[in-house]
Design a protein around this ligand. Structure first.
Ligand SMILES: Nc1ncnc2c1ncn2[C@@H]1O[C@H](COP(=O)(O)OP(=O)(O)OP(=O)(O)O)[C@@H](O)[C@H]1O
Length: 256
């Protein structure tokens, strides 16, 4: 399913946070939204979901999610926010099972299939041993994987992930990115993720969109966006860029 945004604008607290943003994410592809702190990356995801007021055109599989009820939206798009409110005392299993809520009838109970899907997702994210643990008894990285687990349990065709790897060690970063990539290939999932690790973004995404001061500053394949000059201009960082496997850029910081 495609995600298309045209001339998107968002104002927050009386300030224009996104201006004229356009985005084209083909079905089954992975787009990474990059950009400096405060650029508007999370706001862009929230606007696509219809969680913040916006003007401009938004189409997810041809539909404008701003007109959808939450339950209807949750069958089409799964969203893993950067810092979700986690219910104190709820177990990892029950929180992940919440991902099945859009399919459970009102006043009904989850089915055996809902529980099986939840168990499978926990297994794929190395979380089976934590299933009965309350969310507030987890480390930051474990919590982050549980938030992703809930989103994957929704089994939607579009996945929006806000900074899915920030709290993860390098092994779990790889595990999460590989898992998302596998799902993308096997289930034709369309993925949009914000991400700060530019090398990681360049290794997995088909296209990068650089947001800077609320506008699209660059967009295209990783090797076109991740250039030394672009990084210096928008992040005020000096980096060395070398072509890695498949020509995908590897960035390292240059000491002044
Ligand atoms: N509710 C709000 N009211 C006013 N301004 C807001 C609100 N929420 C966010 N902002 C501002 O909007 C801008 C964009 O925020 P956003 O969270 O989208 O940035 P980001 O690119 O995701 O940043 P980061 O990389 O730090 O997570 C920031 O300047 C932020 O301070």
């Amino acid at each position: 399913m495609t995600v298309t945004v045209r001339s998107l604008g968002v104002a927050l607290g009386g300030r224009q946070v996104l201006k004229g943003v356009s985005l084209d994410v083909p079905a089954g592809s992975w787009t990474a939204i990059i950009g400096p702190n405060g650029a508007g990356k999370s706001t862009l995801l929230r606007a696509v979901l219809g969680l913040v007021a916006s003007h401009g055109d938004i189409a997810v599989a041809g539909a404008d999610l701003r007109t959808f009820k939450p339950r209807q939206r949750a069958r089409l798009v799964a969203y893993a926010p950067q810092s979700p409110n986690l219910p104190v005392g709820m177990t990892v299993f029950d929180y992940t099972l919440l991902g099945r809520s859009p399919y459970i009838p009102h006043l009904g109970r989850e089915s055996a299939r809902d529980r099986t899907i939840t168990e499978e997702v926990l297994d794929r994210l190395d979380l089976t041993d934590f299933a009965d643990r309350p969310l507030d008894h987890l480390s930051g990285g474990e919590r982050q994987r549980v938030v992703l687990a809930r989103a994957l349990a929704q089994q939607t065709s579009v996945l929006l992930l806000d900074e899915p790897t920030t709290a993860l060690d390098i092994g779990h970063q790889q595990q999460v990115m590989e898992l998302v990539d596998q799902l993308r290939l096997s289930d034709e999932l369309t993925v949009v993720t914000t991400i700060h690790d530019l090398t990681l973004a360049g290794q997995y995404a088909d296209d990068l969109v650089l947001i800077s001061a609320g506008r699209v500053a660059a967009a295209g394949p990783p090797e076109r966006v991740l250039t030394r000059d672009t990084i210096e201009e928008h992040f005020d960082a000096r980096v060395h860029v070398t072509p890695g496997p498949g020509g995908r850029p590897i960035l390292s910081l240059e000491r002044p």
